[in-house]
Design a protein around this ligand. Sequence first.
Ligand SMILES: [Zn+2]
Ligand SMILES: [Zn+2]
Length: 305
Amino acid sequence: MHESRHVVEMPKIHALQRRHFLLFDVIPLLIVAATPFYWSSLYRGLPELALLFVMWLLTGFGITVGYHRLFTHRSFAASKSVQTVLAVLASMAGQGGVVSWVAIHRLHHEKSDGAGDLHSPNLHGEGFLNKARGLLHSHFLWMGKHPYPNVARYAPDILRAHHLAAVNRRYMWIAAAGLALPAAVGYGIHGDLRGAVSGLYWGGILRLLILEHIIWSINSVLHVCGDRAYQTKENSHNMGALGLLTLGESWHNNHHRFANSPNFGLRWRNLDPGYWVIRALAACGLASDLRLPDADQIAQGSPGS
Ligand SMILES: [Zn+2]
Ligand SMILES: [Zn+2]
C-alpha cells in the first residue's frame, strides 16, 4: 500500500474491527453489567483484589509507557527486550495490536479534533444531543467501524521492528493469555474451578473493562473539559485529580503540547506514575535518551498550570 494514503476502507478490515469491538469492548461490558449479583460470590478475599490491581497496573503501564510514550512518540529509548515486555503487557489490555494502536494514535495527533480524527468528541455539531453523541462516539462507539490508518504511513518503524511485528502477529493469543493468566492464578490459590472463574472475572474481564474506560476517557472527556495549561490547536485538557488513576495520561493537554516528552505531568507536583516507571527503568539502565522539554518551554503555560 502506498504511503501517501492516510486511511483505508475495506469490508474485510471493518469485519475485523466489528469482531474486535464485540469481543473486547461490548462483551466485557455486558458481562459486568449483567452479573452484578455474581460479584460478591466471585469475590473470595484479597487475592481477587490483588489480581485486579496487579493486572491493571501491568497492562496499564504497558499501554501508557509502552504503546503510548515509547512506541507512538519515541519519547525515550529502550532495548529490544524491554520493548518486547512492554508490547506484550500492552497487548494483554485488549486495546488492539501495537501496529494499529500506534497508527491510530499518531493519526489522532496529526488531525486532533479536525476532519480525519477518528475519535474526536468535537465534530458532531452544537446542542446538547449532538455533544452527547460526540462524547459517546469518541468514548467507544467509533471503534465499531472506522477508517483504518494506513500503517505504511503511520507505523513504518513498528512494521520494520521484527520483535514488535512478532508481538503484533500474536496479539489475539497474548490478549487471551491476559485472561488465562489471572484465571490460572485464581485456580492456583483456591484450588477449584470457582477460583479460576473469580480470577478470570477480577483480574481479566473487570480489569480489562476498567482500563478501557480510563483510556477511552482521555479521548472523550479530556477533549471536552478540564484545564488548559497550554493554548494548543486542539481542544485537549488536563485533569490533575485523575493523575494517579490514569497513570499520568490525564495530563493530556500537557501531552499534546509536548507530545515527545516521556513526562506528561511536566512538574514534580503533577502525579504521573507512567513517568515514574520510566525514571525507574532509566535508573536501572533499562531506559535512556529521555526527550524532556526544558524548563523555559514548560514555563510558557498559563499561571498555575
Ligand atoms: Zn488527544
Ligand atoms: Zn499521544
